[in-house]
Design a protein around this ligand. Structure first.
Ligand code: DC
Length: 336
């Protein structure tokens, strides 16, 4: 007897969600292990006690598993355990290869021993959605999210605080050499720290955005930040969002995505974000800033903003955040 294990999560407790998740899980298990129903002796399901609207075993029958024995059981409630989770054990008499276990959606997180360390590079211009998407993807995958733009923003703030002329490379170099820039994590959330102070919020102004684009041109600044980024990415699986992750920071990243959107859509999104933060900038000014920053980030000499040849490009202009995340998670799951 050989057992193939698997698990998946659903967004909410509804029969449609549970059925779709069970169909997907069984389809992936059969495809990855080269089996069909005739090879299966029995299938055992368990689900967390927050799923009450449908039996996974019933969903499996509906998916066409009409002959093998099926059984579902509810798990006890355990504080802090993964929510809305369906686990499965597919038992076969024989398998041609070693069992390939399948963990989908947030359940990927459950079996780190079955999934090796990996990095996800998400690059793209300002307003392409990469930072929101990266945070959601990282949470779903249960890994860290490193917002590398925040690090360049902290560099810009260090210069501004010191009254440095940011057009003068030597002055910037001096300020950044003396600055202590670090990222810390608590509950999976990144805090950007400059000389011991949490600057995560104050670096989110339009002035800092433009200054970050300027100081990030300089070799010394990039060298210091890239060293730190590589160190973090080497120690654990993480999603990194930036401009040069796939091309320069981690050219060997297991997964690379390049997000784009039209300048008009990006300016629209930035305007909404700004409004939420109490920053009221006219649309035309934002559009101009975005175009200027694009130009500066794309044309600088060192590690310019560019799609890596092996990155998957996603135009997010007509997609919502959830659609972009689903696309990326699917691509990652195909390979993990
Ligand atoms: O992603 P962001 O808007 O927070 O980035 C601010 C600036 O930092 C961006 O205009 C260019 C620079 N940057 C960079 O050069 N390389 C990165 N990996 C990330 C950001």
């Amino acid at each position: 007897m050989k057992a193939i294990r698997g698990a998946t999560t659903v967004k909410c407790d509804s029969p449609a969600e549970i059925k779709t998740a069970v169909f997907e899980l069984l389809r992936e298990i059969c495809a990855k292990n080269g089996i069909s129903e005739g090879d299966i002796e029995f299938i055992l399901f368990s689900n967390t006690d927050d799923l009450r609207s449908y039996y996974p075993a019933k969903a499996a029958r509906e998916a066409g598993f009409s002959v093998c024995s099926l059984f579902s059981a509810a798990e006890p409630h355990i504080d802090g355990s993964l929510k809305h989770c369906i686990r499965v054990m597919v038992v076969c008499d024989e398998l041609k290869t070693a069992p390939k276990h399948v963990y989908l959606n947030e359940a990927i997180n459950l079996r780190r021993d079955l999934t090796k360390k990996f990095n996800v590079a998400i690059d793209g211009p300002a307003g392409s959605g990469k930072s929101t998407v990266s945070k959601i993807i990282a949470k779903k995958l249960g890994v860290l999210c490193l917002d590398t733009g925040a690090m360049y923003r902290a560099c810009a703030l260090a210069c501004i605080k010191n009254g440095i002329n940011i057009s003068d490379e030597k002055q910037v170099e001096g300020a950044i050499a003396a600055a202590d820039i670090a990222v810390k994590y608590s509950d999976g959330r990144q805090t950007t720290v400059l000389n011991g102070d949490d600057v995560s919020e104050v670096i989110r102004t339009p002035d800092i955005s433009m200054a970050a684009s300027t100081v990030s041109k300089y070799a010394f600044v990039r060298g210091k930040m890239v060293d730190l980024q590589r160190k973090i990415a080497k120690e654990q699986s993480c999603v990194l969002d930036g401009r040069d992750i796939g091309t320069n920071v981690l050219p060997d990243a297991e997964f690379k995505f390049y997000l784009t959107a039209s300048p008009a859509v990006r300016a629209e999104r930035r305007m909404k974000e700004n409004k939420l933060k109490g920053i009221n900038q006219p649309y035309d000014v934002i559009l101009k800033d975005i175009s200027l920053r694009d130009e500066q980030d794309k044309t600088r000499e060192i590690a310019p903003l560019k799609k890596a040849a092996d990155a998957i490009e996603i135009d997010t202009s007509d997609l919502n955040i959830e659609e972009v995340c689903d696309l990326i998670i699917k691509k990652i799951q195909e390979k993990i």
